[in-house]
Design a protein around this ligand. Structure first.
Ligand SMILES: *Cc1c(COP(=O)(O)O)cnc(C)c1O
Length: 363
């Protein structure tokens, strides 16, 4: 699926994440010249036809991969995940209204905190009391009149993931930053979903926002255009000079994703995750951080050494085996291997083989 570029390390970082070598190759060539235009991809005008084609094709690919009609708009916005944490309540939460948040991890919690700047927020359920080591139980009945319900499909830092999503109960908004296209979803259950590009969808600098056109039009405040979804929709992602290169990389990733197909990627992701979790269960030196199997993420696998004293040795051991990017997030510590779409099975096999060798050496 992904032949490696020579000297390239086995990179399992959580974000910016690994990219397929074919994408890296094509992108590197486009820096010199894009599509026989005599221009670098870094030079093409953002309102010209070359870039317009990228935007048009990307939109078709997103709708196609998500099985959505043109009832949904596709926007590419700057500012990362946190900008969406702001823009969502700014646009859709009135001063006197309440928005529900499913508090399943750090990013989910941050989104809720940003929301409270603009209206009332309600933590519908939370697993903060167990340090987000499991998913919270979603209550069967929700309060009426929520402006929207926000959830995070994959908790990147803690390694938990919603494998099936709650039924649509109100206006549904999802942060899909770290598992978009890692598995098939019922995307049409959402009124708006978004994903930063630097996990499963390309390079840092841009966030994909997919939303019902009808929703984007219903802004609760008068906002400056840069912070207003309706204005971005009206200008179709070229309100200002957009991050052309980051959008270009996402377009390459969308084409690559389509070529693999979501079902094949999902199957591969299940295989990669099973391989690593099985090793974590078997190996005497390690354990997986998420105990409940149904809550485990297939994208971010968090684990620790049973003996804290050998954690540094394991880090060094991996480094000498060319495996990098597995340090856990500073909030959690330990290790985290991110198995996004662009990570080939072979790289997970290499990590597992290293864990086995480490076990022989240190048991
Ligand atoms: C990485 C990540 C973010 C943060 O994105 P930034 O672009 O750094 O603001 C938000 N949500 C989730 C689920 C993430 O994985």
């Amino acid at each position: 699926m992904n032949e490696s570029i020579s000297n390239h390390k086995i990179y399992l970082g959580a974000g910016p994440a690994a990219l397929p070598s074919t994408v890296l190759q094509e992108a590197s060539e486009a820096i010199i010249e894009f599509q026989n235009s005599g221009l670098s991809i870094l030079e093409i005008p953002h309102r010209g036809s070359l870039f317009q084609n990228i935007l048009d094709e990307a939109k078709i690919l997103v709708r196609d991969l998500c099985n959505l009609t043109d009832e949904y708009d596709v926007l590419w916005l700057p500012g990362g995940g946190r900008m969406q944490f702001c823009m969502i309540p700014m646009n859709f939460l009135g001063d006197d209204e309440t928005a529900g948040y499913i508090d399943s991890g750090h990013w989910a919690h941050e989104a809720m905190k940003y929301g409270s700047h603009f209206g009332k927020t309600l933590s519908v359920c939370s697993s903060k009391n167990v340090d987000y080591s499991a998913l919270p139980a979603i209550p069967t009945s929700l309060p009426n009149h929520l402006a929207y319900l926000h959830l995070t499909t994959n908790n990147t830092i803690y390694g938990t993931q919603w494998h099936s999503l709650p039924p649509q109960k109100s206006t549904m908004i999802a942060d899909m930053s770290s598992d978009l296209f890692g598995l098939p979803r019922s995307f049409s259950n959402f009124d708006l979903f978004y994903a930063v590009a630097q996990k499963n969808l390309g390079a840092a600098g841009v966030t994909l926002v997919v939303a019902k056109k009808e929703m984007l039009a219903k802004t609760k405040r008068i906002l400056p255009p840069m912070l207003c979804y309706a204005a971005h929709a009206q200008k179709q992602s070229v309100l200002n000079t957009p991050p052309v290169y980051a959008i270009y990389i996402s377009w390459l990733m969308l084409k690559w994703t389509k070529l693999q197909s979501l079902s094949v990627l999902h199957e591969e992701n299940l295989k990669k995750a099973a391989l690593l979790y099985n090793e974590l269960e078997r190996n005497n030196l390690f354990y997986p951080l998420v105990a409940n199997k149904t809550d485990r993420s297939i994208m971010n696998v968090c684990f620790r050494t049973k003996d804290d004293n050998i954690a540094t040795e394991f880090s060094d051991f991996c480094f000498h085996h060319n495996i990098v990017g597995i340090k856990g997030h500073r909030r959690v510590g330990g290790f985290r291997a991110s198995l996004y779409n662009a990570t080939p099975l072979q790289n997970v096999q290499t990590l597992v083989a290293a864990m086995q060798e480490f076990e022989r050496k240190y048991s």
